[in-house]
Design a protein around this ligand. Structure first.
Ligand code: MG
Length: 206
């Protein structure tokens, strides 16, 4: 790793590998001078630390969109449910408290702007051009399509569209992220950069 993170990244819950995180860091370092970065699906803030640290060093801003009620697989009784992130009184997942604690620990509250809302709602009124969009939200086809449609159009030429959990072989994982990745490529608006593990990277060329 050719950079230092503000905290022990293994202390942050999440599903991003260090190699993917480093690629996100480099992407945000490169893009941040072109405009704000935005991520969809922050959970406890692991990817936010990589992206946010890069934005902070570039004097940029990172918007972190998440309703913090968990994706399909985080719900009670599902495979990735974490009881520590369950709000029993509300009967709902709540990763926002943990997310805020991570941002505070990482010293990123001067750079990261949490947007606690469904991505569809946040996208409805969004008008700000973005230099990087990282899609790591819900993995249903509908959720992935909503994120792709709602946010990719705000990328500036030269900006990067990053998509997590790309599995070209269906035996390895769900296909929704790969579906929007291929849609983006087929649009002719992007050039494909080398994939980093399951992190797809597309550069907006128009
Ligand atoms: Mg992911």
């Amino acid at each position: 790793m050719d950079f230092a993170l503000p905290l022990d990244i293994d202390s942050v819950k999440g599903f991003l590998s260090p190699v993917e995180g480093a690629a996100l860091y480099r992407a945000a370092r490169e893009c941040a001078p072109l405009g704000p970065c935005l991520e969809i699906g922050s959970y406890c803030g692991k990817s936010t630390v990589y992206l946010g640290a890069a934005c902070q060093r570039s004097g940029g801003v990172l918007f972190a969109v998440d309703h913090h009620r968990g994706s399909e697989e985080h719900q009670l009784g599902e495979e990735y449910h974490d009881p520590a992130l369950y709000d029993g009184a509300a009967g709902l997942m709540d990763s926002f408290r943990e997310f805020r604690a991570t941002m505070r620990r990482a010293g990123l509250e001067d750079t990261v702007v949490p947007v606690v809302a469904p991505t569809r709602v946040a996208a409805r009124a969004w008008r700000t051009p973005l230099s990087l969009v990282f899609i790591d939200g819900g993995h249903s086809l509908e959720a992935a399509m909503t994120d792709y449609r709602g946010w990719s159009g705000h990328l500036v030429p030269g900006g990067l569209l990053a998509i997590h959990d790309i599995f070209p072989d269906p035996a390895d994982g769900g296909q929704a992220p790969y579906t929007i990745y291929r849609l983006a490529l087929a649009s002719g608006l992007y050039e494909e950069l080398p994939r980093v593990e399951t992190l797809g990277l597309l550069r907006r060329i128009y």
